[in-house]
Design a protein around this ligand. Structure first.
Ligand SMILES: [Zn+2]
Ligand SMILES: [Zn+2]
Length: 625
């Protein structure tokens, strides 16, 4: 069955069983600056899995386009992609295992037509340590389903992956693993869950590709979680039925089901191909690249890898552009810039030296326009975004490639990588790739040195900024610094009062006042204004220490640090915390400083004006008295 038919059949199947088909979420999570991209079907639904009522009801289904920037470097083999579609169905406190497992089995075997003899499932073996029982219900349900298909429904005990890699699983269709494999919560296994956190066992479905031989490098025996590529995971049902307490676990009154299945992987199983890049939603892009490649560059090995990278990255860029992301040097835009630039570099390997992306974007759009008609209406804009960035980068590349051998000499070190980035905007990963490709030696310590140079540069600009402050009125440095700290307190207060959609859109500070622009619709009420003032003044009185620390932007966002829309982040950022960064704190922000030592130095905060700045952006002026 073709992938587009699988998608339709899946949604219809669950709609017939009382599920509301909901629209996919944007690839940029709305009002959640802690996560850069929507990376799973479950992610946009987390508030509802945690108990908030969903407007469409208790049974939901969708196909979610996902992007995982953290996988960019994995791309090139047969089964990794940064962009994929995840089919999902959810029970929010409604049906449970007895409905879910037979439905998924019927869908995959009777509707999609997969061979049950090649399906293998995992079930939670229980955790005696935590007093969580074995999931005997799922074990019995799966056993019955396989037996009903004329197969052996008996189960095998694997325990852990390392044990299974030694012993194998004897060909059993139902395999039991402990919490190291068959447990899901937002914060990992039972040991790392904080009290109050919900979680539960999961049951994954794998499809066996007998044409892929087991690779003994992964152990003597092959088993569902083996990484050799013989078993491919095509779906996972999470049964969220427990909550962590201070001492152990208790059952939730209304357990949830969360199912996610990769569309492209199910299509691989359906077409019986062990290479995801040959399924019908992806293969046309591969073919278009091959047609444009130079005659000697259509082979396997590095050529095939290059085609896969370009294919994946073009698919991702089309949906990122559709969802409003533009290439830039900040957060989401930087990930997009990276994949576009990488695709172009790989194109050069294949001998494609101009006009790569707009044409390929058209091929991607043609594959998806039936399911996502907005692609057709936005096609011109998407092509344009891709084309402009391609042109820009080709100019940069030409300069960088010319300069690289001259700058590097015979060994590419961190200093040269820094110069190429600083002067030519040449991304460090690409410098290393380019150097390796042209036979230069790469200094193994390059990254450490490069990051040190980046830190030194930030330090210099900070000192320069501090110097500027001193140049003005006698106390201007101090007055401006105080207002800067007040801006952080204000940003957090606005998010507390107005909501998480508030994102900084601009800021300007003089010794007399601060000005702060932020995303929000409509005028603030008098009550909202005074509430914001009260929160800021309460936190000034709290006398928080302003602490500074350095980390990666990902870590910063993970810890809840706020950033500004359009900000540029290097590999290491400075984070200012009002409070204890690892304990109790009020505000955390990615920022270059400077700040006061303690918030009690600020005096009294007052909003003097609140007005519109541009569409959907409000502007606040405020002073300290
Ligand atoms: Zn294996
Ligand atoms: Zn700041």
């Amino acid at each position: 069955m073709k992938a587009s038919r699988i998608r339709r059949a899946y949604l219809e199947y669950f709609q017939q069983r009382g599920h509301a088909a909901i629209a996919r979420a944007n690839l940029v999570p709305r009002g959640d600056p802690t996560t850069l991209f929507t990376g799973s079907g479950m992610q946009p639904l987390i508030p509802y899995l945690l108990g908030e009522p969903h407007p469409a009801g208790q049974r939901l289904t969708d196909s979610q386009v996902c992007f995982r920037a953290e996988d960019i470097d994995e791309i090139g083999d047969t089964r990794h992609t940064t962009m994929f579609e995840m089919l999902g169905n959810w029970s929010l406190g409604d049906y449970f295992k007895t409905e879910q497992l037979p439905w998924v089995f019927e869908l995959l075997t009777s509707v999609v037509g997969l061979d049950p003899a090649r399906m293998f499932v995992t079930v939670f073996a229980g955790s005696p340590r935590w007093g969580i029982p074995r999931d005997s219900e799922s074990e019995a349900l799966w056993g019955g389903l396989f037996a009903g298909a004329g197969l052996d429904g008996r189960s095998a005990e694997a325990g852990t992956s390392s044990r299974a890699a030694v012993q194998g699983t004897g060909g059993a269709h139902v395999v039991l693993y402990d919490e190291s494999e068959c447990w899901w919560s937002r914060s990992g296994g039972p040991d790392t869950m904080p009290p109050g956190e919900p979680g539960g066992s999961d049951s994954e479905i794998f499809y066996l590709f007998p044409q892929v031989p087991h690779d003994p490098a992964f152990g003597a025996g092959c088993h569902p979680y083996c990484d050799c590529g013989r078993y491919i995971e095509i779906g996972n049902s999470v049964f969220m039925e427990y909550r962590r307490t201070e001492t152990g676990f208790e059952r939730l009154p209304y357990p949830n089901v969360d199912f996610g299945g990769g569309l492209e992987r199910i299509a691989m199983a359906s077409a019986d191909v062990d290479d995801m890049f040959s399924v019908d939603l992806i293969a046309p892009v591969m073919a278009a690249i091959e047609a444009r490649s130079a005659a000697g560059r259509r082979g396997t090995g590095a050529d095939l890898r290059a085609r896969r990278i370009i294919t994946d990255h073009t698919r991702a860029l089309v949906f990122l552009a559709l969802d409003g992301v533009e290439p830039s040097n900040n957060t989401q835009g930087y990930a997009m810039r990276r994949i576009i630039r990488r695709a172009i570099r790989q194109g050069l390997h294949l001998g494609i030296e101009s006009g790569l992306l707009p044409g390929l974007a058209d091929v991607v759009i043609a594959c998806y326009r039936d399911a996502y008609p907005e692609l057709a209406t936005e096609a011109d804009r998407i092509r344009d975004v891709a084309g402009r960035e391609e042109e820009l980068f080709r100019k940069t590349l030409a300069r960088g490639v010319r300069e690289l051998p001259r700058l590097a000499g015979s060994v590419l070190d961190g200093d040269t990588v820094f110069t190429l980035f600083d002067t030519y905007g040449f991304p460090p990963e690409l410098s290393v790739e380019e150097a390796a490709g042209t036979g230069l030696t790469v200094d193994p310590g390059w990254r450490q040195r490069y990051e040190q140079r980046m830190r030194e540069q930030r330090e210099r600009s900070r000192t320069a900024a501090a110097g500027l402050f001193k140049g003005g009125l006698a106390d201007s440095s101090q007055a401006t610094t105080r207002l800067h700290t007040a801006t952080h307190l204000l940003y957090k207060a606005l998010r507390l009062v107005l909501g998480e959609h508030v994102v900084q859109r601009g800021s300007n500070i003089t010794p007399q006042r601060l000005r702060f622009d932020f995303s929000h619709q409509g005028k603030m009420t008098a009550a909202e204004r005074s509430q914001v003032e009260e929160i800021v003044n309460a936190n000034i009185a709290r006398d928080w220490p302003m602490n500074v620390s350095e980390m990666s932007p990902e870590q910063a966002f993970e810890q809840g640090a706020l950033g500004a829309f359009g900000d540029r982040y290097g590999p290491v950022v400075t984070v200012y915390t009002a409070g204890d960064p690892d304990g109790e704190w009020y505000s955390k922000e990615i920022c270059g400083g400077p700040h006061v030592a303690r918030t009690a130095e600020l005096g009294r905060f007052r909003i003097t004006k609140e007005e519109s700045s541009s569409a959907g952006v409000r502007r606040i002026r405020a002073t300290l008295e």
